[in-house]
Design a protein around this ligand. Structure first.
Ligand SMILES: *Cc1c(COP(=O)(O)O)cnc(C)c1O
Length: 230
């Protein structure tokens, strides 16, 4: 079943790329494996998946230890400052940086481990009360502040779009994040590159790709419905 679902997602990504006149290589599929046990991830690994997304630090580090070392692990969930030290040299990319306090902690912990943390700035484009992330107009001042950090590399922007019945409803959310990335590029801020746009989940990744996503985070579409009880 995993194999078929993975193939279906791959097909849909390819079609969305074609519709948008984009190359398939421009889009990275992140297999969001949260709540799935290690054997399921091993099966996905056997099918060629090398990019996984997790949202909880403890689950992330457990799976990191259990699975092969050629996997790129993405931390996609909200990150508490006191947990940064556990993932700083393990996450290929942290998608959820949304405060100066968190950025300062990442800077400090990365310096200790002598590494440079790659991060995305999380933007609450739709301004939902329940969601983390900066407001659109807070992003440029924030990026200017953290651009001086030597152990942080800003690589792009991330958003979690609202839950909607019709994925078309999220098109403006995705196009606004894309526009924001263009505005940032035009500022030519030192040490800042915003080429990554992490947007789109199972329900709406095709629309996100049409609007410029370079990373889509797909969980349910690959692994099936999550069981939070286990
Ligand atoms: C769980 C999660 C996803 C994947 O959600 P699906 O709807 O299952 O594809 C993507 N991004 C984030 C930040 C998540 O927490």
């Amino acid at each position: 079943m995993l194999k078929e679902q993975l193939e279906e997602v791959e097909q849909k990504i390819q079609s969305a790329c074609e519709r948008a006149g984009r190359k398939r290589e421009e889009v990275t599929l992140i297999a969001v494996s949260k709540t799935n046990p290690v054997p399921v991830l091993e099966e996905a690994y056997g099918l060629g998946v090398r990019v996984f997304g997790e949202n909880k630090v403890q689950e992330f580090t457990g799976k990191y230890e259990a699975l092969p070392k050629d996997i790129c692990w993405h931390l996609i969930g909200h990150l508490q400052t006191n947990k940064v030290k556990y993932i700083i040299d393990k996450a290929a990319l942290i998608h959820s940086v949304d405060s100066l306090k968190l950025a300062e902690t990442i800077e400090r912990e990365a310096a200790k481990k002598n590494c440079v943390a790659k991060i995305l700035v999380e933007v609450n484009v739709a301004e939902e009360e329940s969601k983390f992330g900066l407001k659109v107009d807070e992003v440029i001042p924030f990026i200017e502040k953290i651009s001086v950090f030597e152990h942080i590399k800003v690589c792009g922007l991330m958003t979690i779009a609202p839950f909607v019945e019709n994925p078309e409803d999220n098109r403006p959310v995705f196009s606004n994040l894309q526009k924001l990335s263009v505005d940032i590029k035009e500022k030519n801020i030192d040490n800042i590159n915003v080429s990554i746009l992490s947007m789109g989940m199972t329900n709406d990744y095709e629309v996100a790709i049409e609007e410029g996503a370079t990373m889509v985070r797909v969980g349910t579409g690959i692994f099936g419905a999550r069981n939070y009880a286990v």
